[in-house]
Write a new protein. Structure first.
Ligand code: ZN
Length: 61
């Protein structure tokens, strides 16, 4: 790997070599990551919404 290779060179190289299948699997991977993040954060979001409801004066329990 050459030291003179710039980041944009690498991006251009990647664009040239990305097939539609690779792009699709990359999108699927990104969606899986996003889904995992949402899944992990859901309890936190739920708590935040719960606190928000109480702060707004809405008793839920
Ligand atoms: Zn509550």
């Amino acid at each position: 790997m050459s030291q003179q290779e710039t980041v944009s060179d690498r991006f251009a190289l990647a664009r040239e070599h990305v097939t539609p299948l690779q792009a699709a699997s990359g999108l699927a991977f990104g969606a899986a990551i996003a889904f995992a993040l949402v899944f992990v954060q859901e309890p936190l979001v739920h708590d935040a919404m719960h606190n928000f409801r109480h702060a707004a004066g809405i008793a839920c329990h």
